[in-house]
Design a protein around this ligand. Structure first.
Ligand SMILES: C[S@@+](CC[C@H](N)C(=O)[O-])C[C@H]1O[C@@H](n2cnc3c(N)ncnc32)[C@H](O)[C@@H]1O
Length: 368
């Protein structure tokens, strides 16, 4: 049936795609596509390319690739499903867009285009790992790539063995498990690019509902790869007092208990606030998407994994205070603090653990 997302018309099957004859379209991924479209636009403006070649390697209905059309000089939309290709061609006609439509396994298509594409989008069913090697080969030395992962239960700790098998990393199930999972995804992408002396640097990485999205800039630079190796490490987490640090230590630096570890994972920033600020300037009047981007932007320069106020309050034996009150009082003390896109009850700060505990206790007492 004919559908419309933002200003693009396209064709897809109604409801959930359950068989090969169906053309996949998930309206819950609109925010993902909104942010991806704007990110590609900002990359194009910054990259100063004479010609930009874009590949939607797992296109489905083609809606994602169609939304990149304004930024692309050459557009390739690929899907091995013949019904999807019919829908893609219809979408191209409906919007008067020119593109090459191919029906290869994404690994074959990308392996045939070494260093060719400036933008590659990989949005498969489940994990993106099996497409990483060919995507890294096909990315130009001035590149921007986006990967969607819907296997979040593994790197966020529900299936540690699956996580170890797919990502070679140990997850940790706790209140910020989705951030740990995202850090495992980013490390996986970084390392795959590093094998080709290409440096992947995260520009916009986030978690939403049942999926995570990793987007970043690729440059051919051994020096940048080597520098970013500093951002590969481990997370230490104390299950007793909830202290955490993006470094491998044996004992909790707050209460002395034995800590748990997750990793190896990406210990650097998950998004680049200069990039997300440029994106905010380009954002049309898309309210939910803008709110999400504002949250991501506000926390982009703080590295420490976020704290869940309810969990911290319960651990301290006090009633959960209002999030914004704790944020304000920490700010007044002079710390950089923000909300987090991961959770409505979370806060992100690099403030010392003792001060966070004190402010939560104080805000809880004030509320009584
Ligand atoms: C999640 S859907 C893509 C959704 C689309 N990107 C969007 O935003 O609406 C995944 C698509 O990948 C395609 N696919 C499955 N295996 C593939 C492969 N090996 N190579 C390329 N595409 C593949 C499927 O046919 C399906 O249409």
């Amino acid at each position: 049936m004919e559908m419309k997302e933002r200003n693009i018309e396209f064709e897809a099957s109604e409801g959930e795609a359950t068989k090969d004859a169906d053309v996949f379209y998930n309206p819950e991924m609109q925010l993902n596509r909104d942010l991806s479209e704007i990110a590609v636009k900002v990359f194009r403006e910054r990259a100063d390319l004479a010609e930009m070649r874009v590949c939607d390697a797992t296109a489905g209905s083609g809606i994602r690739g169609l939304r990149y059309a304004d930024s692309a000089d050459t557009l390739v939309l690929n899907d091995p499903n013949p019904e999807a290709r019919k829908a893609i061609k219809k979408g191209l006609e409906m919007n008067n867009i020119e593109a090459e439509v191919t029906g290869k396994d994404a690994n074959v298509l990308l392996s045939e285009h070494r260093n060719y594409f400036h933008v590659i989008d990989v949005d498969p069913f489940g994990p993106f790992t099996k497409f990483l090697d060919s995507t890294a080969r096909a990315t130009n030395h001035t590149g921007f790539v986006g990967f969607t992962a819907t296997d979040n239960s593994a790197p966020s700790g529900s299936y540690p063995k699956v996580c170890m098998r797919r990502y070679g990393a140990k997850p940790l199930r706790n209140s910020f498990m989705h951030e740990t999972g995202l850090r495992i995804y980013v490390r996986e992408v970084f390392e795959n690019y590093a094998r080709f002396d290409k440096a992947f640097e995260p520009k916009l990485c986030f978690h939403e509902r049942h999926y995570s999205r990793v987007m970043g800039r690729v440059t051919e630079s051994k020096r940048r790869c080597n520098k970013n190796l500093e951002n590969i490490g481990y997370l230490s987490f104390c299950p007793e007092c909830r202290w955490r640090k993006l470094e491998k230590v044996r004992e909790c630096e707050y209460c002395g208990s034995e800590v748990k570890h997750a990793g190896p994972l990406w210990t650097g920033k998950l998004s680049d606030h200069r990039f997300t600020e440029d994106m905010l300037e380009e954002m049309p009047d898309w309210q939910d998407t803008e709110e999400k981007l504002e949250l991501i932007n506000s926390e982009a320069s703080i590295r420490t994994p976020f704290y869940d106020i309810h969990e911290m309050a319960s651990q301290l034996g006090v009633q959960a205070p209002k999030r914004d009150e704790v944020i304000e009082s920490l700010k007044e003390t002079g710390y950089v603090v923000s909300r987090t896109h991961f959770s409505p009850t979370g806060l992100r700060t690099d403030a010392p653990f003792q001060d966070i505990r004190d402010e939560i206790k104080q805000a809880s007492i004030t509320e009584l």
